[in-house]
Design a protein around this ligand. Structure first.
Ligand code: SF4
Length: 338
């Protein structure tokens, strides 16, 4: 996928934020505080389809913000589907029931955020009946298109670190196809926190030493009591990856060295935000907006190549996985997403 000099010739995965706002009020995120609406329209996107074809984009993941808040998501799907691109929807699911028909028609896969059993999920989402609304949406989708894969994704943090087993049980009750886990990101500038979070705010989400020790026990319980689910892949992470989540929190506390896997994000994926900003492995091209990134045909491919050149060779410290930084709700279902 690369030529000498780190020139990008293929980009299998593109994460698109079609809409910048969100209808949840999650404790670990500030995206829901955004008031000014920004959307990527089919008119914005159309000139860049040729670039996507040139880059051999095979899979687009709609993330955000809440993609279902987009005023006409099917118009984007129609454009991309003509190119034979696989479509995944990442959603908190509050309005999944309302959008069942469109989701069933256009999506190849749905990934829903699941923070734990119902009370915990509602508490973290800070939305009354969030779990019930998610459950109804899943049921409606199952009725309309039973074979559509619907996967769960759980972000581990202070309010749910002791509930991994309960979360797997809940994922079964919701008839999800799989559940995956990742550690909450408290330190990057993603999630609408351009200056990062102050230490006090981080402490409200990250684990302290006693909690990390308790997470160790919970992970071991999961490995013991849900071994069949781990073996079958219903729990997506293997033992190593699950234990690495504790290590991630320990590293944040300065109690362990960070693991620095070589990041291959520049060669497989990029993120396009709702204002046209392009991110590759966390390298943001910020002099953009629609004036550049979304007007000149071919500019998109050139831009990706340029940023990827800068990102090439970067090492993501203790990286949770590709897209983990920008695509917090991207589950590792199938190809290498976090
Ligand atoms: S974490 Fe995701 S679902 Fe929650 S407020 Fe942020 S964008 Fe919305």
């Amino acid at each position: 996928m690369t030529e000498p000099g780190h020139r990008i010739t293929e980009l299998p995965i593109l994460v698109l934020f079609p809409h910048n706002r969100c209808n949840c009020r999650c404790v670990m995120c500030d995206i829901w505080r955004i008031r000014q609406v920004r959307e990527i329209t089919d008119v914005d996107l159309e000139p860049h389809v040729a670039s996507m074809r040139a880059l051999n984009v095979k899979w687009i993941v709609f993330s955000g913000g809440e993609p279902l808040m987009h005023s006409d998501l099917p118009s984007l799907c129609r454009l991309l589907r003509r190119e034979g691109i696989r479509l995944t929807l990442l959603t908190a699911g509050l309005t999944l029931e309302t959008h069942t028909a469109a989701v069933a028609e256009w999506m190849d896969e749905v990934i829903v955020s699941l923070d734990g059993p119902s009370e915990t999920h509602d508490h973290i989402r800070s939305v009354p009946h969030a779990f019930m609304r998610l459950e109804r949406g899943i049921q409606a989708l199952r009725r309309l298109r039973p074979e559509l894969p619907i996967r769960g994704r759980c972000t581990i943090q202070k309010k749910n670190f002791s509930l991994l087993c309960e979360t797997v049980r809940t994922a079964h009750e919701l008839h999800l196809n799989s559940i995956s886990f990742l550690a909450a990101d408290v330190s990057s500038d993603a999630f609408n926190r351009p200056e990062g979070w102050p230490a006090e705010r981080q402490k409200g989400i990250a684990l302290n030493e006693a909690e990390v020790d308790a997470l160790d026990h919970e992970v071991e319980s999961l490995l013991r009591d849900y071994s069949e689910d781990i073996e079958s892949g219903f729990v997506v992470e293997n033992a190593d990856k699950l234990r690495r989540i504790s290590r991630h929190f320990r590293t944040q506390l300065g109690r362990a060295d960070g693991v620095s896997p070589r990041c291959n994000a520049p060669w497989v994926s990029a993120v396009v935000e709702s204002d046209g900003a392009v991110l590759v492995a966390g390298n943001r091209e910020s002099d953009r907006v629609r004036s550049v990134a979304f007007r000149k045909p071919g500019a998109f491919a050139a831009r990706i190549t340029k940023i990827a050149g800068r990102a090439a060779g970067c090492v993501a410290p203790d990286a949770p996985g590709i897209l983990g930084r920008a695509g917090h709700r991207v589950a590792n279902a199938g190809p290498p997403v976090a």
